[in-house]
Design a protein around this ligand. Sequence first.
Ligand SMILES: Cc1cc2nc3c(=O)[nH]c(=O)nc-3n(C[C@H](O)[C@H](O)[C@H](O)COP(=O)(O)O)c2cc1C
Length: 232
Amino acid sequence: MGNQKLRSGYEAIIDRMASTRTPSIADLRKSYERAELNEAASHALPLDQFAQWLDEAIAAEVPEPNAMTLATVGSGLRPSTRVVLIKGYDAQGIVWYTNFDSRKGQQLAGNPFAALQFHWVELERVVRMEGRVTKVSDAEADAYFHSRPLDSRIGAWASPQSEVIAGRGALVANAAKYAAQFLLNPPRPPHWGGYRLEPDSWEFWQGRKSRLHDRLRYRLLDGHWLRERLAP
Ligand SMILES: Cc1cc2nc3c(=O)[nH]c(=O)nc-3n(C[C@H](O)[C@H](O)[C@H](O)COP(=O)(O)O)c2cc1C
């Protein structure tokens, strides 16, 4: 009798756990209903559309509105991605800074084409761009490097980005070494600078109800931007 009571006690606990269990990822889904994107209300130039959406993401205080995923292609045509921060944009393209010797730097040296993607979750928006990548000028990279906080400038020297290192201690020791060597004025390392992706294709995605999302793609055709709607 006592055992029976204990058993049903356990069963009740197990039932309760089951009812509060994390849902299966296959059951996670969300309806997108915040906004729409249509031809009449969108800009003729993709850069203007991007400027508006980036400004709106910043104004909406979405987390890290300036973070974008960068895809590059390495040897054997294998793609890889990582997150970087946009540091500028204009008609020439989208700029970020990094270590030229990193994995992405080596992949860009071998194949100067890349794709970028912003995902502003709270706004139910994505922007994608694709195009050729070039390095920004030394003058531009110097100006940005010297605007960075001192520890970031030392970090650019201390981290052989993407290389295997012995441990965290090696990184900290490197930082101490370069901090002592350069004091308050580290120069820009020769292996560190900016890249600019000049898009020849952009896509703006706005989530909509019932998976009938809005997608507008802009592509360069004879020097003009052609705007087309893509099926979601
Ligand atoms: C929010 C965020 C911003 C980042 N910004 C940069 C950046 O601007 N430049 C950079 O080199 N790495 C940045 N990183 C680190 C990269 O994602 C990545 O770890 C690093 O660049 C090495 O990538 P790779 O080995 O593919 O070259 C950032 C990471 C996060 C999460």
